[in-house]
Design a protein around this ligand. Structure first.
Ligand SMILES: NC(=O)c1ccc[n+]([C@@H]2O[C@H](COP(=O)([O-])OP(=O)(O)OC[C@H]3O[C@@H](n4cnc5c(N)ncnc54)[C@H](O)[C@@H]3O)[C@@H](O)[C@H]2O)c1
Length: 311
């Protein structure tokens, strides 16, 4: 059986880490794509990662390119094309720059990679994944946004540290849009089945929810640019679920067609990812407070989508 083909659109910080993880986990051959002005940069990164294979022992081919024709036949596209935040910026501040970029990527993906499962990472996430689907016209199960896995990972880390337990035993999900209104679902957060609220005091939980919501900004403030290790791992978990038909239940920005009371909108919900893409959206019995937070978050996402629709 031929190796799977993975196209990484954007060879920057997240793109490079995605390539490293995809190769190291033997998910398939990797094409690192970037704009013509950065083709050599993409090729250099690819060559460095291929040389790494002789040390780490993976067989994947890793190539750099700025030619969409090289991406034909990709099984998966992971899209990070665009600019990241700088300190003080919100994700929505990126619309003006990243909207034409995602449109360009979507037009090329439609032409060259019509069968690929697309995972969008570029911000503002929920609006960019909406735009990708609108331009490509791809089926709703074939495109998804990565945010919930990352936001949930941040939430789980802070909970584990506060409770003094292993990260392996914390189960939690963050739903809604990938912005400051995101919804950490406290009612279903457990430490190996034990409600987190029985092990962590209320004021600490409130502080953890707040830190999670600002989790991306905390890193931008420290580094001057966006996080890339955990975002890359999160997207690779989603790609792996698709390529290996794992049926993983992950929080991701999926296209809603009435679920949770929303239509024609991407926001973070629990979804099962397997060989058909987004195979199922799980509707949780949220508390009234959580439903209210989801409503607020959905409104914020819709406002950005409306800006995109008018542009
Ligand atoms: N969804 C999330 O949870 C999450 C987390 C972190 C970062 N992000 C977002 O991911 C994006 C990428 O972040 P990064 O740190 O890798 O940025 P980066 O600047 O390191 O890399 C982005 C790359 O995209 C390339 N690019 C620009 N236009 C392109 C086009 N038309 N086609 C192909 N490539 C193009 C750039 O040349 C650059 O190399 C940003 O928008 C950032 O805000 C999202």
């Amino acid at each position: 059986m031929a190796r799977k083909k993975i196209g990484l659109i954007g060879a920057g910080n997240i793109g490079g880490e995605l390539a490293r993880l995809c190769a190291n986990e033997q998910l398939g051959d990797v094409w690192l794509f970037d704009i013509a002005a950065k083709e050599n940069f993409a090729k250099g990164k690819a060559l460095d990662l291929e040389q790494n294979s002789s040390v780490l022992g993976y067989d994947a081919n890793i190539r750099g390119t700025s030619n969409w024709a090289d991406l034909e036949g990709s099984d998966v596209l992971i899209i990070t094309a665009g600019i990241p935040r700088k300190p003080g910026q919100s994700r929505d501040d990126l619309v003006a720059t990243n909207l034409p970029i995602i449109r360009n990527v979507a037009e090329n993906a439609k032409k060259h990679c019509p069968g690929a499962f697309a995972i969008v990472i570029s911000n503002p996430l929920d609006a960019m994944v909406y735009e990708y689907k609108r331009v490509t016209g791809c089926p709703k199960g074939k495109v998804v946004g990565m945010a919930g896995v990352l936001d949930s990972a941040r939430f789980q880390l802070f909970l584990a540290r506060e409770a003094g337990v292993s990260i392996k035993d914390v189960r939690a999900m963050v739903l809604g849009g990938h912005g400051d209104d995101m919804v950490p679902v406290l009612s279903m957060t457990t430490i190996n089945g034990i409600p987190a609220s029985t092990l962590i005091a209320k004021d600490k939980l409130t502080a953890i929810v707040d830190r999670t919501r600002k989790g991306g900004g905390e890193i931008v403030g420290l580094m001057g640019t966006s996080a890339y290790y955990a975002p890359a791992s999160s997207a690779v978990a989603m790609a792996e679920a698709y390529l290996l038909d794992q049926k993983r239940l992950l929080a991701c920005a999926a296209y809603l067609d009435g679920e949770y009371g929303y239509k024609d909108l991407f926001i973070g919900v629990p979804a099962v990812i397997g060989a058909s893409g987004v195979e199922k959206i799980i509707e949780l019995a949220l508390t009234d407070e959580e439903k209210g937070m989801l409503e607020k978050s959905a409104k914020s996402v819709q406002a950005v989508v409306d800006v995109c629709k008018k542009s």
